[in-house]
Design a protein around this ligand. Structure first.
Ligand code: HPA
Length: 252
């Protein structure tokens, strides 16, 4: 089974033939909503809207631990996390798609680990390559098969939100080597690794980041949703191809 976490602009997966919905309880509280099960081209898919069905949960209040823990119980082969981001580099222009290969965490005050029990031995994870290479390749291959241009690699800066950044903050992220900026990449990516899930992000550039491109005076928030709406058509098309690539690999 493949899992898809939908971000802003993707509260549902319209190409999914839904079979049922399931509420999964976890020791960490409630996930963002029920998990939707169904099929795309006859492959089993489970979908979760990160911000809730009605897009009501802000990035800093998403229960990332509950979401990832619940997903783990379903044992998906791959988790594809769709995420809206701002573009810091010129080539990360609105509407671009990217599969980042690195991440920097600037978030704070979030429950960021499963390994904080005093009753268990101290546990570390390797996080040199934060995204699973096979899952990244699956997305990249699918995008190419779908005939979509997609950027292979990039550093995702995870900020706290829910406000957008200042121009100076974006300049700092730029100096740190970040290419795109979003609010949900962490701790989700690290928690997925802690649970041993194959996880990668399909980033959708919704806007130029603060002070970049034509956003010197401000980021036009209304345009973000219009861009996301347009881009989601491509994302859905890529996901359909992900399913096919995965099916080809597995002979199903
Ligand atoms: N900054 C942070 N998160 C975002 C942005 C941004 O400019 N655009 C979409 N998500």
């Amino acid at each position: 089974m493949l899992a898809v976490i939908g971000g802003s602009g993707m509260a549902q997966l319209s190409c999914l033939e839904i079979s049922h919905r399931e509420i999964i309880r976890t020791p960490y509280g409630e996930p963002s909503g029920p998990f939707t099960f169904g099929r795309i081209n006859n492959q089993e898919i489970v979908f979760l809207a990160r911000h809730g069905h009605g897009h009501t949960i802000p990035p800093h209040q998403v229960n990332y631990r509950a979401n990832i823990w619940a997903l783990k119980t379903l044992q998906p082969e791959h988790v594809i996390a769709v995420a809206a981001v701002g573009g810091i580099r010129d080539y990360m222009s609105p509407g671009s798609l990217a599969v980042p290969d690195q991440i920097i965490d600037y978030t704070y005050g979030r429950d960021f680990t499963f390994f904080d029990s005093r009753d268990e031995p101290v546990t570390h994870i390797d996080f040199t390559r934060p995204y699973t290479p096979e899952t990244r390749v699956l997305i990249l291959k699918a995008a190419r098969q779908a005939g979509k241009t997609i950027i292979d690699g990039g550093v995702y800066a995870a900020t706290q939100g829910p406000r957008l950044e200042t121009a100076a903050e974006i300049n700092r992220l730029d100096r740190d080597g970040a290419d795109i900026v979003g609010m949900t990449g962490m701790p989700e990516t690290a928690l997925a690794r802690e649970q041993g899930l194959n996880y990668a992000t399909l980033a959708v550039v919704a806007n130029f980041a603060a002070g970049r491109g034509n956003n010197v005076e401000g980021v036009p928030l209304k345009e973000i949703y219009a861009i996301l709406d347009q881009a989601m058509v491509h994302v859905r098309n890529i996901l359909e191809h992900v399913v096919n690539c995965y099916g080809d690999q597995n002979g199903t």
